[in-house]
Every structure is written in C-alpha cells, then in structure tokens.
Design a protein around this ligand. Structure first.
Ligand code: ZN
Length: 236
C-alpha cells in the first residue's frame, strides 16, 4: 500500500484507518476471483484499500447496500445485449468494469494494475470509478447525484454538475482538449464517476477544468486530494 502514489500525503491516522477499512472490506464483502485470477494477500489488501479510499471519511456504511466484488483477469464481456432508447439491440461490448445498484461490482485486474502504473491518456482508476457508481446508486439508481450530506444543497450540486457536464459535451463535440476522460459525456452518472476518478487520481485536472465540481466533491467526500497530494510530493 505504501508504494501507491494515490495514497501519498495521507496522514498516519488516515493510513491506519484506510488499512482498517480495507481489512473490514475483505471480511465483509465477497471477493469473487474468476477466470483464473489469483491475488496474494498484499494484492487483496491493495484492491480493498483502493475501494475504500472514497469512503475514508464517509464510513463503511456507505457500502452496506452491496456485497460482491468480482475480479476478472482482463476485459470482460457481459453476457447480454443492450437496447438503446430507440429500441435497437446492440451486442454487448467488452469492458474494464461494471457496477450494479445493489452489486455486484466487477473489475478487470489487468486494468487495476494498468491504472496504478499511470498507463493512461486521462486520469483513470477503474476501482474508484466503479465504487463511486456504487455510492451514486445507493438510493436505487445511477443519476450522478449520490445521497448528499445535510450541509450540501442539492441545487448547488445540480447547477455545477449540469454546467460541467454540458461544457464537457461541448468540448467533445468540437474536439477540444478535455480535462477528464471524454467518456464522462456519456451520461450524468458517468460524469460523476469519471469526475471522482480524476478527483482522487489527478485532482489538479479536475480542479482546473471544473473547479465548482472539485469544490463540491471535497465537501461530499470530506477529503481534499489536491492539498494532500501536494503534501505527499513535497515530502518525498
Ligand atoms: Zn462508469
């Protein structure tokens, strides 16, 4: 866990809490390794720690509505077709992760490792992405707005996220450089998950491109990765 850049800047108390959460996660959730995946103790702990980073200040209860994490060796293809709004059936495409409102969560181990190596064009972390879908889906559906703490006004959330989502779609449409993965333009739910990925992995990108969204996510997660990663890099 100590070598992972994503955890740089965590205080000793936060590191201890993350480790305790990770151990609890492995105890409480079903870790279903399929397709020949083998993970040693350290890899399991790392996977669980990544899953728990978003809930470090929210608490384990934030994941109490689902219980199974499935790990595939690489990209996987869901065994179902998808029907679009016009009723056209599309064969399912291979993917690196998937989340269902009440579980399971599915990730590709190869992509977990690739993300940690920083092998991406845009800030990515499939585990954080899917876990944030789970937080979004805690109220029963994915719409890009998780259950907010009492101090956060849903109107502020809707205003900032809608403006950022619209701006990103415009940037993609006009082939402008995007601050975060253009896949965020797929839907408000994907925008939320991708914004959260950037929030933890490369917060400077999100803070520069969508400062209002960054500020809201610091209030929602009760974490400030930009300040934390700055501390972490100046320490080493
Ligand atoms: Zn997604």
């Amino acid at each position: 866990m100590g070598r992972v850049a994503l955890f740089a800047g965590l205080t000793d108390a936060e590191c201890l809490r993350l480790r305790q959460f990770a151990e609890l996660f492995l105890h409480e959730k079903n870790l279903d390794l399929v397709g020949g995946v083998r993970l040693d103790e350290e890899q399991r702990l790392l996977l669980a720690a990544l899953a728990c980073l978003p809930i470090l200040s929210l608490g384990m209860d934030a994941y109490d509505h689902w219980e199974t994490l499935i790990v595939y060796p690489g990209k996987f293809t869901p065994g179902r077709s998808e029907v679009d709004e016009a009723g056209v059936v599309h064969p399912s495409q291979s993917r690196v992760g998937e989340a269902w409102p009440n579980g399971p969560v599915i990730v590709s181990w190869r992509d977990v490792e690739r993300d940690l190596a920083g092998d991406w064009d845009y800030p990515m972390n499939v585990v954080i992405h899917e876990m944030c879908h789970q937080l979004d889906g805690r109220h029963g559906g994915f719409d890009g707005m998780p259950v907010l703490p009492s101090g956060l006004d849903p109107r502020d959330w809707i205003r900032e996220f809608t403006a950022a989502f619209t701006a990103l779609r415009q940037a993609v449409k006009h082939r402008h450089e995007s601050f975060i993965d253009p896949y965020a333009g797929e839907s408000p739910a994907e925008f939320f998950a991708v914004a959260c990925e950037s929030f933890f992995v490369a917060p400077e990108c999100l803070a520069e491109g969508y400062p209002g969204v960054y500020a809201l996510l610091t209030l929602y997660f009760r974490q400030d990765p930009l300040a934390r990663l700055g501390r972490g890099s100046s320490k080493s």
